[in-house]
Design a protein around this ligand. Structure first.
Ligand SMILES: *[C@@H]1O[C@H](CO)[C@@H](O)[C@H](O)[C@H]1NC(C)=O
Ligand SMILES: *[C@@H]1O[C@H](CO)[C@@H](O)[C@H](O)[C@H]1NC(C)=O
Ligand SMILES: *[C@@H]1O[C@H](CO)[C@@H](O)[C@H](O)[C@H]1NC(C)=O
Length: 535
């Protein structure tokens, strides 16, 4: 610990020197249009729209001071949506700028998945890498971990992270007990507590592999060290890139706020109360603050930081799930079942989002333009002056003018794919158009307490007015002119998109087959893939 503090102070002092240096350099580059910006994309996992204090100022919470500052110095996007309501499809759409119906990724990959994001798909990291960027990824990938599907083969020069969710694969609790540890807690795997007791550090490690490039560097993984490992890798990447003078892309896909949560807590803290989630949120916020500081100390005026989420909170985890804010999906919850992650209710895909670029993005403002995580692809490429391949169709839009010049126009239509709540995976069953949102199918996820709703078809669709009814409680009366006009345009827009996808020559198909031998395991002969025998 003392060593880390010294290192931090030292690097802080060094940075002051660098800062003067960079002010001078910046002037030189000021009018040089060929200087490419750096990009830091931070993707939180299972975070709720309401988890960002700045989104719910009336609550006066103080869990995300660093993100609040990012918003105060940047632009908060209040109507920004993850491209899907679960992990793999959301990430695939972010990286390719295309709906899952085109890129092939419509549901999650497994520990034993033999493949991943189809190799026919092109990621923005591949395109930026080709354009001369240094590209690094830290964190959760979840787009296939074998051979050609791994991050270093999909456009990243460097990778440090876990190949899928932190609750996947063998964990020490409840499935596997370390020898000499007391039996597992009865409340399940959501939180694994450090027990610095006579028993040693039980429950602190999971069978997850930590990968660096294509090698397993730690297995089992100590979740309590993961945040610090990510922090030090991220700041190192930022500082090194600055020294090389090469533009960079850092894609930081956090383990936060996905269970198991492993925040610093006093060993005797009760893990059944709400403090665990808040402590974890603060830990995540701190990590974001460290990344922002590293960027501010190096190439501040030339770096875009984009913070967002991969889908809404995992409601069935109860006190270990985040807040949807006012987006409560009441039509659904009043009929049973949850309305967040995995669903197309607002809580499932409206995610807290902040963009920050000092001097380029006006400070302390908000935009309610209708935007999606798929827009990251065309926006980054546009800012970098890179033209994406023209042999395929994209669904993201270039949001440059919205971010930099306060324009309002977002998506005319935004489609929300089924992510497990109803119907076929990937189907575009819910459509946003302006303030209206139409459901052709409704369905629920498992709620805290286990309730699940029924899938229902709606013909004509249910349409909500999100301006008047952000909780999606009471659909418009189908007899009204407002309903009829919206229904007609939405139905036509949806048919046009489905036709466009049906005639797209570049649609990919993902191979979802699994095989036990595909699980990343540093010693297959060991019970839970441990590198070494237990001491
Ligand atoms: C990861 O791969 C990059 C690119 O090949 C290489 O420069 C770097 O040294 C590798 N890092 C490790 C730890 O293997
Ligand atoms: C940001 O804007 C709000 C009002 O929209 C204002 O109260 C606050 O003081 C502003 N903050 C800064 C740092 O300018
Ligand atoms: C915020 O952005 C809007 C839209 O561009 C603009 O009209 C408004 O002046 C901005 N507000 C501030 C305080 O900059």
């Amino acid at each position: 610990m003392a060593e880390a503090v010294t290192w931090f102070l030292l690097s802080g002092m060094l940075m002051c020197g660098l800062l003067l240096h960079s002010v001078h350099k910046q002037e030189v580059h000021e009018n040089n249009p060929s200087k490419k910006p750096n990009f830091i994309i931070i993707l939180a996992d299972d975070i709720g729209w309401g988890d960002l204090d700045a989104n719910q100022q009336e609550r006066k919470a103080n869990n995300t001071p660093n993100l609040n500052q990012l918003a105060e110095q940047g632009l908060r996007l209040t109507d920004f949506h993850s491209p899907a309501s679960t992990c793999s499809p959301s990430r695939a759409a972010i990286l390719t700028g295309r709906y899952g119906l085109r890129n092939g990724v419509t549901h999650n990959f497994a520990v034993g998945s033999v493949a991943g994001l189809p190799l026919s798909e092109v990621t923005f990291s591949q395109l930026l890498q080709k354009a001369g960027y240094y590209t690094a990824m830290i964190g959760k990938w979840h787009l296939g971990h074998n051979g050609p599907y791994s991050p270093t083969n999909r456009g990243f020069d460097y990778y440090l992270g876990i190949p899928y969710s932190n609750d996947m694969g063998c964990t020490d609790t409840p499935g596997y007990d370390l020898p000499r540890c007391p039996p597992c807690e009865s409340y399940g795997p959501q939180v694994i507590r450090v027990k610095r007791s006579a028993h040693g550090d039980c429950y602190s490690k999971t069978g997850l592999p930590l990968m660096e490039n294509n090698s397993i560097v730690e297995q089992p993984l100590d979740l309590w060290t993961l945040t610090e490992q990510y922090r030090s890798a991220a700041t190192r990447i930022i500082h090194n890139a600055r020294e090389r003078g090469q533009p960079y892309l850092l894609y930081l896909a956090l383990a936060h706020m996905h269970v198991p949560l492993a925040p610093p807590l006093s060993p005797d803290a009760s893990s059944t109360n709400h403090r665990v989630y808040k402590a974890s949120l603060r830990e995540m916020d701190n990590l974001v603050g460290a990344v922002k500081s590293a960027s501010d100390e190096t190439d501040k005026d030339n770096t875009l930081i984009w913070f967002t989420g991969d889908n809404g909170p995992w409601e069935k985890k109860c006190q270990y799930a985040g807040s949807v804010g006012p987006f409560m999906g009441k039509w659904q919850t009043s009929r049973g079942g949850g309305s967040a992650k995995r669903t197309t209710w607002e809580g499932g895909h409206r995610v807290p989002t902040v963009v920050y670029w000092p001097g380029r993005i006006p400070a302390n403002n908000t935009s309610s333009a209708l935007l999606s995580g798929m827009d990251i692809f065309p926006t980054l490429l546009s800012l970098a002056g890179v033209t994406p391949p023209s042999d395929r169709r994209y669904d993201g839009i270039d949001a440059t003018n919205i971010l930099l010049h306060g324009e309002q126009g977002g998506h005319e239509f935004l489609f929300h794919p089924n992510s497990g709540a109803a119907g076929r995976f990937g189907d575009l069953q819910t459509v946003r158009m302006g303030k209206h949102k139409a459901f052709f199918i409704t369905g629920a996820a498992e709620a805290c307490g286990g309730a699940t709703g029924e899938q229902q078809l709606h013909n004509p669709p249910l349409i909500f007015d999100l301006e008047r009814d952000e909780a999606e409680e009471t659909p418009l009366d189908a007899q009204t002119l407002e309903y009829q006009a919206a229904a007609e345009r939405i139905t036509r827009g949806r048919e046009e998109l489905l036709w466009d996808i049906a005639t797209d020559q570049s649609v990919s198909t993902a191979d979802y087959s699994t095989d036990d031998s595909a699980a990343p395991c540093c010693n297959p002969r060991h019970a839970v893939c441990r590198c070494s025998t237990l001491g």
